[in-house]
Ligand binder design. Structure first.
Ligand code: GAF
Length: 349
């Protein structure tokens, strides 16, 4: 039997920067999608979460608009890249919540990728896995995401955040303080990445680049924003500042200045909320409460529009803060929220 563990991710800072080739700083987290099984002729997979079995043969790679598309997408890419692969008989389980903004879809893609790599001796590099998974999501599933999620899940390293330049794909590992916990708060509001709001922002960001005659958002200085029409200036201005914040967080982490890291994260949250329009009442509530309860900083993580937020909290206080926010949140919102105390973890394996 082959068993693969594929983590979820949070993004510490660098939100909505990857589709204009900016900087990001995600970490893989210790919540996992697990794929267990063996080689077979066709693909038969049981999902514990959905409590259903799905089946397809390798010449039947059409989209179904269900969870199995993430599996089919990986097959579709690997076959189009000329890899010789067979089926899987197995099951999908794990403790990574689905649709909570913690990259359950990329996690499943990477689980399948790593499983096939092992089962059929494909010898894929981590970078190939990340790029193929992104291609599956963009071209098969039809979600116009950047590389953030797939890269984080492929390259995660225990105890570290990943500093990634999504343009050159050069990256480095930044040690994350062992006495600080990442408190993840799922608002209970599922988000649809395929939703038009994400695609619309991506389009405005790409058009802003063209308008300014620049290739990446890293190359744009705040003083140039004045050339853009006002909505474009508002949206793209956020991206330009966010890139700078990733560099600032990298330096503050290197200097062991967690107070400053927290302060930048909170500032990033209010910038994305006010100027990029992807936050929500629930996410804002969490950020305020977590700060009141002594978190160093807090912000939404991932695409926004519901999903999850993170807060950086002293390890010994994390449980207490998580409980207190959840209780307050329950008085105000009807959603089934949850919190998780996670740590930076190794990538898929
Ligand atoms: C989602 C996307 F999949 C990522 O590529 C990234 O754009 C993120 O939203 C926002 O930073 O997770």
């Amino acid at each position: 039997m082959i068993r693969v563990e594929s983590p979820g991710r949070v993004n510490l800072i660098g939100e909505h920067t990857d589709y204009t080739f900016g900087y990001v700083m995600p970490m893989a987290i210790n919540l996992y999608t697990i794929l267990e099984g063996e080689k077979a002729e066709v693909v038969t997979l049981y999902s514990e979460h959905f409590r259903e079995e799905k089946f397809f043969s390798l010449d039947q790679l059409y989209k179904e608009n269900t969870w199995i598309d993430y599996v089919k997408g990986v097959y579709w890419v690997l076959k189009s890249e000329g890899y010789n692969i067979g089926g899987i008989k197995g099951k999908i389980l794990g403790n990574l919540p689905i649709g909570a903004g913690l990259s359950s879809s990329a996690s499943l893609e990477l689980a399948v990728m790593a499983f096939l790599d092992k089962a059929y001796s494909l010898n894929l590099s981590r970078l190939e896995m990340a790029l193929f998974a992104k291609k599956a999501e963009n071209e098969f599933v039809g979600v116009p995401c950047g590389i953030l999620d797939q890269f984080a899940i492929a390259f995660g390293k225990k105890g570290h955040a990943i500093f990634l330049d999504t343009d050159t794909l050069s990256y480095g590992y930044i040690p994350f303080p062992s006495d600080v916990s990442v408190l993840v708060f799922y608002t209970g509001v599922k988000r649809e990445l395929a939703s038009s709001a994400y695609a619309e922002r991506r389009k405005i960001a790409e058009e802003s680049l063209r308008f300014l005659g620049k290739r990446t958002s890293k190359d744009v200085d705040e003083s140039e924003l004045i050339k853009l029409p006002s909505l474009y200036r508002k949206f793209f201005g956020y991206i330009v500042r966010e890139n700078r914040r990733v560099l600032e967080v990298r330096d503050a982490l290197k200097n062991g200045n967690i107070e400053e890291v927290g302060e930048i994260l909170t500032r990033a949250h209010w910038d994305i909320a006010r100027n990029y329009g992807v936050s929500s009442e629930e996410l804002d509530f969490f950020v305020r409460k977590a700060r009141e309860l002594g978190a160093y900083g807090a912000r939404l993580t991932g695409a926004g529009f519901g999903g999850s937020a993170i807060a950086l909290v002293d390890k010994e206080k994390a449980e207490e803060v998580g409980k207190a926010v959840l209780e307050e949140y329950g008085k105000k919102f009807p959603w089934k929220a949850k919190y998780f105390i996670v740590e930076p973890s190794d990538g898929v394996g």
